[in-house]
Design a protein. Structure first.
Length: 224
């Protein structure tokens, strides 16, 4: 059994976490689990994990290569999400999907070389600490490319729509506004994470915005 679920069953730190009320439970540690919690204090194990079911979703793409891939479950949910957003007048594109350990290493090192490690840690995950590597997360962009990866994206139709409807398809906005002391990252209205319709809807109903609080794993403001 997953260590967090064992702790919960024994009345440990996760025992009071809201997710415990859901009928189906998943691992919080296994990177192949839709509930895996990855942050600056919870690295992916094994570090060079590669999803075994990567596919290219049938959605508008702003990227190519591995960045256009997601795991099969996330891809299917993303197709439904993108179709609904487009029908609602908020079309969007996949801006960044799967990212391998090697790619994350290059990305992080590039930030560190130009900005320094401290600044790099606010903009990019260290290798082995990125949700993108699991295949459960991706970044979106406005279909027209407006404000991509910029703060103003929060006001674009795609971002406004996903804030209200992402849970209906099993997604949450992973790094909410002003909760960086919990998640370790500043607001990213473009970064979506699949956790399943049941968990995402429950989080919204309870007014819980972060996986750290919902799953009771503790805050992760920085690396230890």
């Amino acid at each position: 059994m997953d260590p967090q679920l064992q702790a919960a069953a024994a009345g440990g730190p996760a025992a009071g976490a809201p997710f415990r009320t859901l009928p189906v439970q998943h691992s919080l540690d296994d990177p192949a689990s839709p509930w895996v919690v990855v942050n600056k204090r919870r690295p992916i194990t094994p570090a060079q994990f590669v999803p075994g079911d990567l596919v290219r979703p049938a959605v508008p793409l702003a990227v190519s290569g591995e960045a256009a891939l997601l795991n099969r479950t996330t891809a299917a949910a993303a197709e439904r999400l993108f179709a609904a957003a487009s029908a609602a007048g908020a079309p969007m594109a996949l801006a960044s999907g799967y990212r391998s350990y090697a790619t994350q290493t290059a990305t992080y090192n590039s930030y560190a070389a130009t900005r320094g490690t401290e600044s790099a840690d606010t903009a990019s995950a260290r290798p082995g600490y990125s949700e993108h590597q699991t295949g459960w997360a991706f970044d979106i962009a406005d279909a027209g490319g407006a404000c991509s990866f910029e703060p103003c994206f929060a006001d674009q139709p795609a971002a406004v729509w996903v804030r209200e409807h992402a849970h209906e398809f099993g997604f949450v906005v992973r790094y909410p506004w002003m909760l960086h002391e919990t998640t370790g990252y500043f607001y990213e209205p473009w970064h979506l994470r699949y956790v399943g319709v049941e968990a995402a809807t429950d989080m919204r109903a309870r007014g819980i915005a972060t996986l750290e609080e919902y799953f009771g794993t503790g805050v992760a403001p920085g690396y230890l």
